[in-house]
Design a protein around this ligand. Structure first.
Ligand code: ZN
Length: 99
């Protein structure tokens, strides 16, 4: 299950809003704000684990109910203190590490 919130107000580069059950360990699919850092040419030279410009170096994901940019409600299952699951995934080494 993977959906993307198409948003006119999304900042350019590195930020997306996705609906998935596999990014944050969760029983069900949830909406989350995904912040991604992609490798530049320079970083490729410094880090031999990265192969291509645009490879993900790290990702931070946070469960959300609304789009923080346009304000659209994404999940109707809003409950007090229930959201806020988050994860940080470091892909700069040989293995992706979930921190
Ligand atoms: Zn939006």
């Amino acid at each position: 299950m993977y959906k993307i919130h198409e948003c006119d107000f999304l900042p350019a580069g590195g930020i997306s809003i996705v609906f998935s059950d596999s990014i944050i360990d969760s029983d069900k699919a949830i909406w989350s704000l995904l912040i991604e850092r992609e490798a530049t040419e320079e970083e490729l030279e410094d880090n031999h684990y990265l192969e291509n410009v645009g490879d993900t170096i790290w990702q931070t994901v946070l469960e959300i109910y609304n789009c923080p940019f346009c304000g659209q409600t994404l999940s109707s299952e809003r409950a007090k203190n229930a959201a806020g699951n988050f994860a940080h995934i470091d892909s700069s080494g040989w293995d992706s590490k979930r921190l």
